[in-house]
Design a protein around this ligand. Structure first.
Ligand code: AMP
Ligand code: ZN
Ligand code: FE
Ligand code: FE
Length: 280
């Protein structure tokens, strides 16, 4: 069984539609794929239809933005009730905050470089969660950088002068909201120290006490040292271990299936979740 539990579509900052992500999952030989766009469930319906048509099993989820000790963290929520207000209202707040934040960042960059909010709007379709990758795409379209990677390295990284943070709930609050909505919370890439600040072990204890179910241990952005650390933390706290690609289509080098999750971990997630895993 090839199970990849973390992907993005054009509902957030991936470059393929939800149906295209499911089709790509099938081409990559995956048996199960999770669609986990940032702070939204807008891609679920299209992905579900494609999963049924193409015979791929689908885990519906969301990558929830949160914060712990002043550091931005991501929590994967699997199989939640998308209508439950505890989580849906929190996600709405984050999406709204993302728009103002992106506008502020573009305004700051626009003082030095020829880029405007209209350029960014050209990069985002209708019901899309705006993120820094869309600003990157506007900079690429303007010929100011060659790709998203260069945009992040030079202009968009979180320690840079153009960066503006956005509202996100506290990690424990987000974990409780995911659980209240019948979802299964898994800490996404918590050891990605080359991409920015990561949180200390104590945060895992705090999140576990709030109801965290698992840790995404196997991820491209984790060094062997971090994999070892996270494996030990998961064992100590009795948390599930997952592995995923964090696929963004052409937006990142991450390839579907490059990291996988054990069937036993998926079975445990399915057992705890409210929404069913769609199976062919
Ligand atoms: P935001 O959610 O607006 O804070 O933007 C962060 C998102 O940008 C993350 O979810 C990543 O998927 C993406 N990202 C971060 N660094 C890079 C990079 N170097 N190239 C492409 N995408 C990136
Ligand atoms: Zn992303
Ligand atoms: Fe993430
Ligand atoms: Fe992600």
């Amino acid at each position: 069984m090839r199970i990849d539990l973390h992907t993005h579509s054009t509902a957030s900052d991936g470059t393929q539609s939800p149906a295209q992500v499911v089709a790509a999952a099938r081409e990559a030989g995956l048996d199960v794929v999770a669609l986990t766009d940032h702070d939204t469930t807008a891609g679920w319906a299209e992905a579900a239809q494609a999963a049924v048509e193409l015979g791929v099993a689908l885990v519906r989820g969301t990558e929830v933005s949160a914060r712990a000790q002043g550091t931005s963290i991501h929590l994967l929520s699997y199989l939640q009730d998308p209508e439950h207000p505890a989580l849906a209202e929190e996600l709405g707040r984050v999406r709204d905050a993302r728009v103002g934040r992106a506008r502020q960042m573009v305004e700051r960059i626009g003082r030095d470089l020829p880029v405007t909010w209209d350029d960014v709007l050209e990069q985002v379709g209708g019901d899309v969660v705006v993120g820094r990758p869309h600003i990157a795409d506007a900079l690429v379209a303007r010929g100011l950088v060659v790709d998203r990677d260069e945009a992040f390295a030079r202009l968009l990284h979180s320690d840079g002068r153009y960066h503006v943070p956005h509202y996100a709930p506290d990690g424990a609050t987000a974990v409780r909201a995911i659980r209240a909505a019948g979802g299964v919370p898994v800490f996404a890439h918590p050891g990605a120290d080359a991409r920015g600040r990561i949180v200390p072990d104590a945060v895992f204890d705090e999140l576990a006490a709030a109801g965290l179910a698992g840790v995404e241990v196997h991820h491209r952005d984790h060094s062997p040292r971090q994999v070892e650390r996270l494996t030990a933390i998961a064992r100590r706290l009795g948390l599930l271990v997952t592995g995923s690609s964090d696929y963004h289509g052409a937006g990142k080098v991450n390839r579907l299936g490059e990291n996988l999750t054990d069937p036993a971990a998926l079975a445990a997630i399915e057992e705890m979740g409210t929404t069913e895993v769609l199976r062919p």
